[in-house]
Write a protein that binds this ligand. Structure first.
Ligand code: ATP
Ligand code: MG
Length: 442
């Protein structure tokens, strides 16, 4: 396990790897972690490795020279705060962010990114500091106490593989606890901060934090000599539920299409999972889903046939795995009761869920949707938005345009476009404050 402190202050941004000893944070030359703070900031803060808690502990000694805020809460003098990944410490003039990285999974002492599954059962669990030679074990970070020695077990059973939770603190499969479950293509298994994905014949370590990001810099889209998108820059982190809001004709669809590459911008740059739009091959690996406003699904097929048909076209998997995947997705999207119904006979909300199911088959990291709730009544609209929000539990990033403001509180982040310009980016509380203030001033 390694710990890192990212320091952002007036002198810029830098990262320091944390040692296992005691490190003081302050403005004096003798401090191990030197910061620039507003005014004098004697070394009253320190970080110490705590093996029992398997993390670094922030200690605020008494009395504090200035307020120290940890995750938006003021630290009390004398308080000891065990840090978790991405905790933010604020002192006047500096932001410090803690980042924790777990060691690579090891098999027989060698780092691996992918674990083939075959006829032998495989145990995933906390490794031994001395290492093990057992080829049927995947050893995770030996210092991470949240992981049990035997945490999860993968075993073949007939044509399938089954996953059993053997841990003390629980394991998540696709965001929920489980006991024993058949593995289906694309399943995501979370153990502490490791995330593995089942690929049909292997378990692959994935890094969703990097693959689910969306960033744009100075996007401009011209239609003739009209600027329909004007210098838009934004950053979306993995697993966020993002709403693009704005009045009709203000550029929501234009922005969405520029971000996902359907209609690339005239100028500016977009990166999905850090990959530029032009790099189609690498984008395919990251997985980008797009659900247009008008659903394109074969209307004569049943729901089950339509989804199975797309799965066969998109994925090279044996038939039994296709069937398991289709039934898993159909259930997840609440379509099981309609599986044998013709697509042509579905309601608007059901049809939309079929389109989403088809996009989810290939397990994208980012899903874009244009006006998914248009034409739905309020109850169905609420159900759909809640469903989209729940998809982000597995670190899928969901970006959708909408002009319904009532459900905007469900979004983690709201982007408002007006006349092609991004006039607001923030969470729903900020949006409420921002727009209330504006109305108040008018
Ligand atoms: N290909 C195009 N050629 C010319 N003008 C276009 C083109 N595409 C979009 N526009 C114009 O750009 C503006 C933004 O369009 P866009 O479709 O992005 O709006 P929107 O916010 O999605 O609207 P709605 O809520 O009605 O879907 C509109 O004025 C539209 O007429
Ligand atoms: Mg639109």
């Amino acid at each position: 396990m390694t710990g890192l402190l990212r320091i952002v202050d007036a002198s810029g941004e830098r990262e320091t790897e944390l040692s296992r000893g005691r490190m003081t944070i302050g403005t004096s030359r003798s401090d191990s972690l030197l910061i620039t703070a507003d005014g004098d900031f004697p070394s009253l803060l320190s970080l110490t490795w705590d093996a029992r808690r398997a993390t670094w502990v922030l200690y605020c000694s008494l009395p504090l020279a200035a307020p120290v805020i940890v995750n938006r809460r003021a630290a009390a003098p004398g308080e000891q705060i065990p840090l978790t990944d991405l905790d933010v410490i604020e002192v006047p003039g500096s932001f410090l962010q803690f980042q924790r990285t777990l060691a690579s999974p090891l098999r027989s002492g060698k780092p691996i990114e992918q674990i083939p599954v075959d006829n032998e059962p495989v145990v995933i669990g906390r490794g031994d500091p001395q290492g093990t030679a057992d080829a049927n074990r995947i050893d995770l970070d030996s210092e991470e106490i949240a992981i049990s020695r035997v945490h999860a077990l993968i075993e073949p059973d007939g044509q399938d593989y089954f996953l059993t939770d053997r841990s003390r603190l629980g394991t998540e499969l696709n965001g929920v606890a489980f006991t024993r479950e058949r593995l289906v293509f694309g399943d995501r298994l979370r153990i502490s901060s490791y995330i593995f994905e089942f690929t049909g014949d292997a378990i692959r370590l994935i890094h969703p934090e990097s693959s689910g990001t969306v960033s744009a810099e100075n996007l401009t889209v011209m239609a003739g000599d009209r600027r329909i998108l004007d210098q838009v820059s934004l950053n979306i982190v993995a697993g966020e539920f993002v709403g693009v809001l704005g009045g009709s004709g203000h550029g929501k669809t234009t922005l969405l299409n520029a971000l996902c590459g359907i209609n690339p911008p005239t100028s500016g740059e977009v990166r999905l999972g850090g990959v530029p739009l032009a790099d189609r091959a690498r984008l395919r690996e990251i997985g980008i889903g797009y659900v247009p406003q008008d659903d394109i699904v074969h209307r004569e097929l049943t729901v089950n046939e339509a989804i199975t048909f797309s799965a066969k076209l998109r994925l090279r998997l044996p038939r039994h795995q296709i069937d398991a995947l289709v039934s898993r997705i159909t259930r997840r999207l609440g379509l099981a009761p309609h599986a044998e119904q013709r697509v042509a006979d579905l309601s608007g909300g059901q049809l939309k869920r079929v389109s989403i199911a088809i996009e989810l088959l290939a397990k994208p990291s980012i899903l874009f949707l244009d006006e998914p709730s248009s034409g739905l009544d309020p109850a169905n609209e609420e159900a759909l938005m809640t469903l989209l929000q729940s998809l982000t539990l597995t670190k899928l990033t969901v970006v959708c345009t909408t002009h319904v403001l009532q459900k905007a509180y469900l979004f983690d982040r709201i982007l408002v476009v007006q006349s092609g310009k991004l006039i607001f980016a923030g969470d729903s509380d900020d949006a409420r404050r921002h727009f209330l203030l504006q109305t108040g001033a008018e």
